[in-house]
Design a protein around this ligand. Sequence first.
Ligand code: B3K
Ligand code: ZN
Length: 877
Amino acid sequence: NKALRLEDYRPASYLVDSVDLRFELDPAATLVRATLAMRRNPEADAKEDQLILNGKHLDLRSIRLDERELDTDHFQVDDEHLVIEGVPQAFTLETEVIIHPEKNTALEGLYLSGGNFCTQCEPEGFRRITYFPDRPDVMATYRVTLVAQREQFPVLLSNGNLVAHGDLDAGRHFAEWEDPFRKPSYLFALVGGKLSCLEDSYTTASGRSITLQVYADARHLGQCAHAMKSLKQAMRWDEQRFGLECDLNQYMIVAADDFNMGAMENKGLNIFNSKYVLAASETATDADFQNITSVIGHEYFHNWTGNRVTCRDWFQLSLKEGLTVFRDQEFSADMTARPIQRISDARIIRGPQFAEDAGPMAHPVRPRSYVEINNFYTLTVYNKGAEVSRMIHTLLGEKAFRGGMDLYFQRHDGQAVTTEDFVRAMEDASGIDLSQFRLWYEQAGTPEVQVERHYDAEQKRYCLTFTQSCPPTPGQPRKEPFHIPIAVGLLDRKGRSMHLQLEGESRAKETRDRVLSLTRTRQTFEFVDVKQEPVPSLLRGFSAPVKMKCDYADEELAFLAGHDEDEFNRWDAGQQLAVRILLRLVDDLREGRPLHADNRLSDALRDTLENPHLDRAFKAQCLILPDENYLADQMDVADPSAIHHARQWLREHLAADLRKTFLNTWQDNLEADPKQVDAATVGRRSLKNACLSYLSLLDEEIFIELCANQAQLAHNMTDVLAALGILTHRDSPQREEQIAAFYRQWKSEPLVIDKWLSLQAQSSLPQTPEIVESLLQHEAFNIKNPNRVRALIGAFCQGNPYHFHAEDGRGYAFLADRILEIDSFNPQVAARLTTPLGRWRRYDPKRQQMMKAQLERIAAREDLSRDVGEIVEKSLA
Ligand code: B3K
Ligand code: ZN
């Protein structure tokens, strides 16, 4: 398994101008005829006349070059390529292949989901459909003819516009689609099957009318309204914020039950995991509704950042993904509440992304090499990539950033480009030098910033000295200093932000919130005219994806938690305080010392809950203690069991301490209309349920009864699941009753059953490992479906560290067994499950040895996929 390297990029030798595809769709054997108009690439260096096309698992039937059938001594085929010698400067190539959608369990290329045909081509799935130069810098126009049995496959869709359709012999019909936009092969899509459609229309800023369609199976059509609404909001938002209009006549979204990822931005024909389309307040949680808005937005925004301007090669993946995540985060922030969105973005970065940066798969936002590109659709490329776009936005400001975007489209519309092209457009439009900033694309790892503070009472001067460093990552032992934007404020004793004036500046500017550019390894910023010693509020709004270390006293954190006007930092100060307290409790537990309460956190939370100026969703966020995985990342040697017990103990302590406040807050927010999912109602629900989860920890049966009632009677999935999420940890008859009743009620709704599986997989009860094993055999479970796998196996191994890291090593063996099983039919899903084992170095010697043994067992398997192979190999290196 050879690594591909960025420096080996060469332009394609041959280009494709147009593609004509004809599919005779049949689940067992589909005939694909491709006619490619090709010519030599004037930019290719070698002047050879050998044509190399990608193709995987294709049964080749015939090849015609300029209408002449080629016989076998003019070409060679193996399982990855078709090589034709002696091709002319320009020619037409026609191939016929047979493929087997029914047998396609990898869910890449053309496959069946719920009896319907669908495709997933990014990044390299098109080569499983036909022979083609399957790389993003080869862009062509497509004309597609789909032929199928009308009865079984009444709906036939592909990219672009429908140009013809009609009946054929023997019960067959056809549809012909034409996409006028040149596109890379990874954006090709087709869908065929029995689907119903919710239709609407949208009028663009310039007055064009676009037909919008959301396709799903008939019984789920009633759950498509939120997706449609989100799509229209996204279209309006992109016009207003970026001046970008939809360029199509028809925009289609199809919900598929079997899907490896979240969704796919195929030109004009997005295919979605049904999880990110279908929602009703009875079946989907508030979080589901928000995820749908963000994923619908994300795929729509790709139409410009990804499709109109695409990637030159897959090393540039963050060019479209990082930027598009930044765009979807901004969209979600505008649709809900900005600080809440930022808290959720930061949780992902500081939790699993920082862990990725610290682990064996650490890689830069623009990787330098990969073995299997599917392994690089990561939190680093997506979410850290989004932070990199956001930092450019912070450094340039909204207006110059918009200028940079405009210039980027002006220069590169219709092209396949690099992250360098993006940064250059930003520089050229703003006049701001981003040369050092580029290191964010090139260097892996999470920078750490140490802060020292010094106040000179006599001179009224205040100094902040920052020292940055970045730990080594695979292949990068030493790092250059990053350009880090640090947003700061200084709080006076009353908690008001002070005026900020740096040494050498004039007083004129009225700023209480500003961005410092840290560019050197060690750098001091001196503020003048500082009347009293302030408490600094650092990295406001999480202005850079770094670990900021400041020697705050606990009192200072409590003070920031109660006063910072930057809501993100206000939340964060409470979290930092909680982390400290929790880590002390972990130490006490490990040393066998009695556990002591610390009232500073209770006091801070009480103040927050009783503060009438803070909104409910924000308060609910403050009540969520840092999770067990995050706490493990803060320890030199992670101790999952002590972490679990310490966190549980602190939650019980807070419940007792704040009983009255929780009860009042819970009562005040009971009136949350179960049918509504607007931000205010969602905030109410999240707050009352957060309070209930604390109240249920008190030794009072009434709250358990309340949960059981809520689980049984609520008509809103958020409420039902909040109650079950409490009950699942209690060994009580109510638990068994409610879990069984939930199954009876929802067994025909797979997306709801996923919640049922996760609930049980995340339970802290001692019998959980057995329950998870037995659920593998349950009629509701299907290991071939990626959503079911994530809901049960993923939730247990990543969302239940306490049981996954059980001392007997059983969790590790369980995961390795599943990885091996799944790898034989779906390598992408198997590879993603491997992450927790790759973290073995973070645990004690006994766990290390057991985790490593499982990785070695996987590595020893013959026929391991390239996907899993790359991860286990790097994990063991
Ligand atoms: N671009 C797709 C991801 C495809 C992943 C293939 N392994 C979804 C997205 O980021 O919008
Ligand atoms: Zn994307």
